[in-house]
Design a protein around this ligand. Structure first.
Ligand SMILES: Cc1ncc(COP(=O)(O)O)c(C=O)c1O
Length: 367
């Protein structure tokens, strides 16, 4: 296989266990939107059987999830877009978010019979989605008029990954005030950073995504700082090796010039697989457990690495772009993006291969 994302279900199940340890009093939505953050829904659903429910972004993702498992409760984080989606959500007994007046009007027009739970989302400072805190009383009254006495109440934290920032404390205070307008309602606020850093945000339901995949949401360090295990290893192979002389250039645009006589490896992965083009300047890869720098621009299907320090490597050897030993958090920082984006960008052309079963040690995998 020229390139593969190997997914470790034992790591996924372990990471869910870390969520449980951190938020022992809360129910857990396993957030599996965007094809489980690029890991492949079918690989993750089997590992998250201990989750209380799943959360996806939209109804299309419900369809993908249902094709794998008809049983779990599912929360649709963006809610429904129209009457047709609302009808499908009712038929499937889904939980839906309502964040805007137009969505509330849709519920008022078509009713909510069959919906397992409606979560009213409030904007407590992120200014992305949600009703204003001031409208809490009115929103509750409209939901009660629909027969929903205790809707869920939720919000989203904008800066929970930055410890010590007052924004999170302010958001939590505003959310507390909104919740007081909804006596008896379940509340949900915490994403991964909330789970890891803000115990006061745990409340009735936590909604972790990134940490389930073994990745830290913090700007420094990596998931191992919290006892998490990376669940994805992105690997490719050495397709060719050649010697170049001092001053020779490598790759498109002749942007990389050999500072000395070098051994250049060409690796079977490129931006067409989702590996970032901008990695050329700062990226590294792992070959036989050693870090090697990139050499030249990333092409659509290939990239170059400087193997001069590793004379014993061969064509066909595995090259790890991220995984244990080269955390995706570190790669993201080096190339100026986030681990969320890196993992989600792994393209559909890259097969996801599961590396074992929950309850058994991971199998030896060779790419
Ligand atoms: C509403 C909502 N809740 C929870 C999450 C999970 O966040 P994280 O992956 O940072 O844990 C997200 C992800 O963006 C989200 O949009």
């Amino acid at each position: 296989m020229r390139v593969v994302a190997t997914i470790d279900p034992v790591a996924l199940a372990h990471n869910l266990g870390v969520v449980r340890q951190r938020a022992p009093g809360s129910h857990v939505y396993a957030v599996v939107k965007a094809d489980a953050y690029g890991h492949g829904l079918e690989n993750t659903v089997v590992a998250f059987t201990e989750a209380d429910a799943f959360a996806v972004a939209c109804m299309d993702e419900v369809i993908e999830l249902r094709a794998i498992d008809s049983r779990p409760n599912i929360l649709v984080l963006e809610g429904v877009f129209d009457g047709r989606e609302l009808a499908a959500a009712k038929a499937d007994k889904l939980e839906i978010v309502v964040h805007s007046d137009w969505q509330l009007q849709l519920l008022e027009r078509d009713g909510v019979e069959g919906i397992r739970r409606v979560w009213a989302k409030f904007d407590t400072g992120m200014h992305r989605l949600g009703f204003t805190p001031e409208s809490a009383g009115d929103v509750r009254a409209r939901l009660v008029a629909l027969g929903i006495e205790t809707p869920g109440v939720m919000s989203h934290l904008a800066c929970a990954d930055k410890p010590g920032l007052t924004d999170t404390a302010r958001q939590m205070a505003i959310f507390g005030a909104v919740c007081r307008r909804f006596p008896g309602s379940p509340a949900s606020l915490a994403n991964s950073a909330g789970v890891l850093l803000h115990p006061d945000s745990h409340l009735d339901w936590v909604r972790p995504g990134l940490m389930l995949y073994g990745v830290s949401p913090l700007p420094e360090g990596d998931g191992t700082d919290f006892g998490l295990r990376p669940a994805m290893t992105l690997s490719a192979r050495l397709l060719s090796i050649q010697d170049v002389a001092t001053g020779d250039v490598v790759g498109y645009g002749a942007t990389w010039q050999a500072p000395r006589d070098c051994r250049i490896g060409i690796v079977s992965i490129g931006y067409g697989d989702g590996y970032p083009w901008c990695a050329a300047a700062a990226g590294e890869a792992l070959v036989r457990g050693k870090r090697v720098p990139m050499a030249g621009r990333v092409s659509m299907d290939m990239l170059g690495v400087d193997l001069t320090a590793l004379p014993a490597v061969h064509v066909g050897d595995e090259v790890i772009l991220w995984g244990a030993g080269l955390p995706v958090e570190e790669v993201a920082r080096a190339v100026g993006t986030s681990p969320y984006e890196l993992m989600c960008r792994v393209s559909r052309r890259v097969p996801r291969r599961i590396a074992g079963r929950v309850g058994t040690p991971p199998l030896e995998v060779s790419a």
